[in-house]
Design a binder for this molecule. Structure first.
Ligand code: PLP
Length: 293
């Protein structure tokens, strides 16, 4: 990724949004070596796509940010502050790139700090702009090692929160590459299909579109929500329900969705091949880029 703009938030003072936001050079060091984001991965984040200076699905990202913070017992992020910060960074990004992204982060802060946390936003361009149309991907199934009800039985495992602790997700992607694939779908230890390490799963079965429910300890995807809204508007059936591995492998078509990637068609899962619906994939990608909301 190429860092383009960087802002730091003053979370302690309670200042008005414009006064609490400080622009710094994009490669400035903004963390102490004792910040709990660096030492323990203790914080939450969101990554928002920015098209022509407009952050896509901003309110949904802010909703999820607040939910993640609550799951970690972090101070409730001030919505006015974070919204203003993202809009400011996005407007600046729009002058630099037609398509970019913002990662915004709330960490628990410095170990010796005041408890208000550390906040920053990085606007960046992905290192390799996505090919158009992107190649369909090969996926492997990996056991996440938790039952489907982990979020209810063991909330301290933080499944369903978008925490900074993504080392496991990155390890899963490396395992996929070792197996000759490009991505992963996690499966619960009792056989329910979950999500990718950085994406939400959508499948087409008998002409209807399905995605697994967030109560399985997975993230509610902002991209998946907008894909479903589009499909509904085009007269398609959509539903959220639990899927087993045989359900998935018997699907007509499969996609992985995320903010920076949009909708990516899946070509195979553990060697089982799927039809790739180029026309729908392209239509979804165009729709996602044109959201402006
Ligand atoms: N699930 C996980 C674990 C993710 O990390 C992400 C995004 O990074 C998603 C799903 C997709 O979420 P969104 O579409 O809101 O980017």
């Amino acid at each position: 990724m190429e860092p383009l703009v960087l802002y730091v938030l003053d979370l302690a003072s309670g200042a008005a949004p414009d006064l609490a936001l400080r622009r710094v050079p994009a490669r400035e060091t903004v963390l102490t070596a004792t910040d709990l984001s660096a030492t323990r991965g203790d914080g939450v984040f969101e990554t928002v796509l920015v098209v022509d200076g407009t952050p896509q699905a901003l309110e949904e990202h802010l909703d999820r940010f607040a939910r993640s913070a609550a799951l970690l017992d972090l101070p409730d992020p001030r919505r006015d502050l974070w919204r203003h910060a993202v809009l400011t960074a996005a407007a600046e990004l729009g002058t630099l790139r037609p398509r970019a992204a913002i990662k915004f982060v709330l960490s628990r802060g410095d170990e010796a700090g005041d408890g208000a946390g550390t906040g920053w936003l990085l606007g960046f361009a992905p290192s390799a702009p996505p090919a158009a149309p992107p190649a369909p991907i090969d996926v492997v199934l990996l056991d996440r090692g938790y039952r489907h009800d982990v979020a209810q039985t063991s909330p301290w495992l933080l499944q369903g929160a978008k925490t900074l602790s993504y080392a496991v997700n990155m390890a899963a992607l490396r395992e996929a590459r070792r197996r000759g694939a490009q991505d992963v779908v996690f499966v619960s230890s009792d056989g329910f299909v979950l999500e990718g390490p950085t994406s939400t799963l959508i499948v087409r079965i008998d002409g209807g579109y399905l995605t697994p429910p967030p109560d399985l300890g997975i993230l509610p995807g902002t991209t998946q929500a907008d894909v479903f809204a589009a499909l509904r508007g085009w007269g398609e059936q959509v539903a959220t329900r639990r899927l087993t591995v045989p359900d998935l492998l018997g699907a007509d078509a499969v996609w992985l969705c995320s903010s920076t990637r949009g909708a990516a068609a899946v070509r195979s899962i553990d060697g089982t091949e799927f039809a790739v619906d180029d026309v729908l994939t392209e239509r979804l990608r165009d729709h996602l880029d044109a959201r402006r909301k």
